[in-house]
Design a binder for this molecule. Structure first.
Ligand code: K7E
Ligand code: CUA
Length: 769
């Protein structure tokens, strides 16, 4: 029954896998013909040439985009705009076992709010960790607006490692923004609320509702936020919005916008004008400037107070120590962005057609001279706008966010109402170019645009609406990321990418070669704690343990393994009512040989990447038969990667039945199989001969494949010994089955060997003497 597979394998090897050199036959039409047929212009072709990435090609930049209401992070490449990954963050992501395995459930449990599981997030602003203001590619942070949380993603494996819940806020939009060396991750409250968890009437809004800005201490050695070393600077109940950290000369400071400084509290149902009127009646709101370095010192000196167990720097203390200042900013501001040199801050008011450029130096002079125009109702000094302003530029309608170019003084600002991007000079306040986008741009992003040395090159417009850009898919449209070439004097639109996930809000792009993700875990690794798993299991050490307490509550612990193409154990028998934990270690070392684990009726789905140990725990509360299997098509015998959980009724007694195979094998079957195995070995030897006669050690990919193939051949030897032993006993049934298992390992080794050989052929390996 294995003949076709065997033949195919032998033929493929015999032909030396010549397929790679074949020329595709569909490319018959000339460029002109294709252009005419598809109605393409020269400009389209140029755009295509700038984005098209041939098979095997890599992108220059990697983008981490917020998945908005999906609670995820989306990873894609630039310039190809090819999607690479969704990272489960605040939302379960079954493909990754996220929110299903015990290890990631423990991460999600850190994000509980008032004891409740929150299984979605409203992600807004991703931030890459920085060293001296440069993206270092180690960590990614992202906030949840709806529930005031921040998540830490390790870019070593692109997995979410931690969630922290803000102990004071009830929403948190302005985050995550990192300081120059990722000392802190900054988040700001949005909708003011009492710090207390108790009911406080809206009538006490001015006195008891508060905003704030939180500085989450990041412990780089541990790769985790340390809540005990984090603190919040108290702020009035203005709706704090986006923030940015100072850099260079302004390092040590941070800046946070606000809106609704009217402190309007709505109430249409009480006959009052609505929020949107009451929150936009003044011509200016307040930019908050915070000396966080001094704030941290004050907290360390014990000048703060504990609220809900967290360190808070009260407004009075902040004001008395020159930590907190306000500066008027025009109308309903949204973005605040510090320029790469750290000298200026660009602020845009949604209801103002200008972008306002504030000078950090002027702000500092005003503070030094104690030159304030007034104090706000909470006693915070207000620096007059004209004392802080460097310049203003009339950009267009609805300016929101600003990003920077590699060229000095050049910035790009999104115009929400106009649906345009404005390129302008913020030193001189002069508009240089404008480009229409589709439609209603929110954030925009240049390559490494938040760092001290932006690369420019490309810009992505993160649009709120797609409307008519794509084939219709019902009332809920995809999002639209538009790629724009900004390398020339004039911006050129290159590509529209539909994103079928939540509203993107913000994205960050890093030079791809700064990322150094691993391809496997150390064997038996808990990827969420980044430590060896207490449940790690080695080959041959698989076991199932059942223990019961005095009350007769029983636990079954299964220590299992997965490797192509079997799950050990293949039969798990428990009793109705048992709590069952299954811990599986993927023994593979080969790149991309992930195994999954899904089970009927128990909401179980694991993703076990090479080296990982993942666990699932459930109560087997109903008797029955529950098949389980691997969910990744990992080898030719993937479908056979299966097993049974048998949940017996309480007190079940075995009837003493014997497991019997439905197919019987003879001595001839055994000898036939052994013959095949010997032929297969000849094929393997040939491939090995090819590999070892070339400089394969110069290719790490091939070295890894060879290691894995060597493992498989080791298993083949073990199976061969078992087959021989059974043959000596004249147990032809088991001898045949072990001989077949021996062959299965050979096939896997041959598959790996062929992959290695093809790689060598395609990558110019040379013969060694
Ligand atoms: Cu959508 Cu930065 Cu949350 Cu602006 S935010 S658009
Ligand atoms: Cu492992 Cu399919």
């Amino acid at each position: 029954m294995h003949i076709p597979m065997k033949r195919a394998l032998a033929m493929a090897v015999g032909a030396g896998i010549g397929l790679a050199a074949a020329v595709p036959t569909w490319a018959a039409g000339s460029l002109e013909e294709v252009m005419e047929e598809r109605g393409l212009t020269q400009k389209d072709l140029l755009a295509a040439a700038k984005t098209y990435t041939p098979t095997g090609g890599r992108d220059e930049y990697m983008v981490f985009a917020s998945g908005g209401q999906s609670g995820q992070v989306i990873v894609y490449g630039i310039p190809s705009m090819r999607l690479l990954k969704y990272i489960g963050v605040f939302t379960p992501e079954p493909w990754q076992g996220y929110g299903f395995d015990d290890e990631s459930k423990a991460v999600m449990a850190q994000g509980r709010v008032r004891g409740k599981d929150i299984t979605y997030g409203d992600t807004h602003h991703p931030a890459i960790s920085e060293t001296k203001g440069e993206y270092d590619g180690q960590y990614l942070f992202i906030n949840d607006k709806a529930n005031p949380r921040v998540a830490v993603i390790d870019l070593h494996d692109f997995e979410t490692k931690q969630m922290v819940v803000n102990p004071l806020f009830k929403s948190q939009h302005g985050g995550a923004f990192v300081t120059e060396n990722t000392e802190y991750v900054i988040t700001a409250a949005q909708y003011a609320a009492p710090y207390s968890q108790d009911f406080v009437p809206l009538e006490k809004f001015n006195e008891e509702y508060r905003g704030g800005i939180t500085y989450w201490k990041f412990d780089r050695d541990k790769g985790r936020i340390d809540p005990s070393a984090s603190f919040t600077v108290e702020a009035p109940p203005y709706s704090q919005d986006l923030s940015d950290a100072g850099k260079g000369p302004s390092h040590g400071w941070s800046f946070t916008n606000s809106f609704c400084t009217e402190r309007y509290i709505g109430g249409i149902e009480r006959g009052r004008p609505p929020f949107e009127a009451g929150c936009s009646s003044k011509d200016t709101d307040f930019l908050h400037a915070v000396n966080w370095q001094k704030a941290a010192q004050l907290i360390a000196d014990g000048k703060g107070k504990k609220v809900n167990g967290a360190d808070l720097l009260p407004i009075e203390v902040a004001v008395a120590n020159d930590v907190l200042f306000l500066i008027p900013e025009p109308k309903s501001p949204h973005g605040v962005d510090v320029t790469p040199d750290g000298k200026y801050l660009v602020v845009s008011g949604k209801l103002d057609s200008h972008a306002s450029v504030y000078s950090f130096e002027k702000i500092q002079n005003a503070i030094k001279n104690q030159k304030f125009e007034a104090k706000d109702p909470y006693g915070i000094p207000i620096i007059a706008m004209e004392d802080a302003l460097h310049t203003q530029a009339e950009l267009g309608l609805g300016p929101l966010h600003t990003q920077f170019d590699s060229e000095k003084c050049i910035a790009y600002t999104s115009l929400y109402v106009d649906s345009m991007v404005a390129k302008w000079n913020y030193c001189e306040g002069k508009v240089l170019d404008k480009l229409s986008i589709h439609y209603n741009i929110g954030h925009l992003m240049t390559m490494e645009g938040d760092s001290v040395t932006p690369d420019g090159k490309y810009l992505v417009a993160l649009n709120k609406l797609a409307i008519d850009r794509f084939n219709p898919v019902g009332p809920l449209h995809p999002q639209n990321h538009q790629l724009i070439d900004i390398s020339g004097a004039q911006m050129q639109l290159l590509y529209d990418m539909p994103l079928p996930l939540g509203e993107p809000h913000y994205a960050v792009a890093i030079k791809a070669d700064k990322l150094k993700p691993g391809v496997r875990y150390k064997s038996g690794w808990d990827s969420r704690t980044d430590q060896a798993s207490p449940y790690r299991t080695r080959a041959g050490r698989e076991k199932t343990e059942r223990t019961c307490d005095a009350d007769g509550n029983c636990r079954v612990e299964v220590y299992g393994t997965t490797i192509r193409s079997h799950i050990t154990p293949e039969i798990i028998q428990v009793q109705e009512g048992d709590t069952v934990s299954i811990h599986l270690t993927n023994l593979e070392r080969a790149q991309d040989e992930t195994h999954g684990f899904a089970m009927y009726g128990q909401n179980v789905q694991l993703s076990i990447e090479p080296g990982k140990t993942a666990s699932t725990t459930f109560v087997a509360d109903q008797q029955g038969v529950f098949p389980y299997y691997c969910t990744e098509f990992c080898s030719a015998l993937h479908l056979e990667m299966q097993g049974y959980l048998l949940v017996t009724p309480k007190g079940y007694e075995s009837e003493g039945l014997v497991l019997e195979d439905a197919t019987k094998y003879s001595k001839e079957d055994y000898e036939g199989q052994v013959g095949t195995n010997i032929d297969t070995q000849a094929v393997i030897d040939m491939v090995v001969g090819y590999i070892t006669s070339h400089n394969y050690k110069d290719f790490p990919t091939v070295v890894a494949l060879v290691e894995d193939a060597t493992d498989q051949l080791g298993f083949a030897e073990e199976a061969k010994a078992k087959a021989k032993a059974k043959a000596d006993e004249k147990d032809w049934q088991d001898a045949m089955l072990w001989a077949n298992q021996w062959w299965q390992y050979q096939v896997k080794a041959a598959d790996l060997g062929l992959r290695a050989k093809t790689f060598l052929e395609e990558n110019g390996a040379v013969k060694v003497k």
